[in-house]
Design a protein around this ligand. Sequence first.
Ligand SMILES: N[C@@H](CCC(=O)N[C@@H](CS)C(=O)NCC(=O)O)C(=O)O
Length: 426
Amino acid sequence: MAVSTLECCSGLSRSSFRGLLVVPASARFSSAENFRLSPSQLNKRRRELRERLAISRASSQQEDWVKQVGKALWGRGLPPGALVDVARQLWGTGWQVMMGQLAPTREKGAYDRPNSQFRSRPKTGATVIPGNFHLYVATTCPWAHRALIVHSLKGLGDAVPVSVVVPGTSGLWEFSSGIGNSAGEGGQFTGTKDRANGQLRLLDVYKLRKESYNGRATVPMLWDQGAMDVLNNESADIIEILNSDFNEVAENPGLDLAPAFLKAEIDRWNSVIYPDVNNGVYRCGFAQGQEAYEAAVENLFKTLNRLEEHLATSRYLCGDCLTLADVRLFTTLYRFDAVYNILFKCTRQKLSELSNLYGYLRDIYQIPGVASTCDMPAIMDGYYRVLFPLNPGSLCPAIPKSAEGASLLEPHGRERLSKVVVGANN
Ligand SMILES: N[C@@H](CCC(=O)N[C@@H](CS)C(=O)NCC(=O)O)C(=O)O
């Protein structure tokens, strides 16, 4: 059977799920792309496609085999109760084992996200040389998406180049052998080559450090090319660094998404949003006990409704200025109706039923430079096909209308709440 990464967006270890999964996002080649390829690149792509087709053929043969066993055992009738019982027991135990790996828990099955290991900042006062820092991201991942948004709004372009990983057949984040640009038409991202170090897997980049590395290879990751080391792999830090430490090379150095006068308020919102919303949706989806799940859902929706009330009179979280707190909230809201509401059982309400929050989502989506960082097809692929224990059949649901780009471009009417136009802090 085909294989893919499992760790995506989980904050977790992945190795134990090899052999379980499906064709990765990188398998999708558009014919428009093929026109731009040289004959040797085209041949390489054909070879890759053939390999992937062989994998999917093998899995459909396996499906036929499973059907035949079923028929031989109980003809066209339903499986006997005892068998259902055994299957339930087996699946339940397998699920617990897999979830134990996917999502480490504290007491009563509550998800406990591991801490990021690299938390350095660029040296203060040092001249920033374009290309000296490199940003590694995956477009599926909400944490990496934060970094992409700030990178885009600050206009860091190739001053801080970006490489994009996709879930790979080896069970790890991999670079694509395809074209080396980070964003395609209409904001659709595919994986890119490793534009800084020419590696095939993200883990290999982590391992280039002098002191080597044995931990998780997560995105986002900010790489220091001069020191050949991981500078930081915590999105909360990386967005602060992109906002304030690279102004010398930024196209929009005047845009400050964390102005000093709002610092305390930004911190206050972050401390609410991170546990209950950003990580809160994961605490719903990765809960391994009913009580832990119910507590997570309760906190999530209590906080979403508090935000709904706040945003009735405030254009952004901290008033008229878009801040890093909004960027952090946005990437979770963007995935809410399409993924968390369905796959993570965040079911009390859809985001589109909370009119202020949904308007706020559209407002931020429509800020120039944001929509081009959003890649719903990769997100759907990443979550539904990669998080195997949550979706064993790997079926990918239709994208709800409320999460489609066209709906997010509908007027939001939130200008009325703001005396200052967006970008006025620019
Ligand atoms: N706290 C980290 C979390 C990053 C994270 O968990 N990233 C996931 C993708 S969404 C990842 O790379 N997982 C790979 C793994 O756990 O091995 C941050 O905010 O940067």
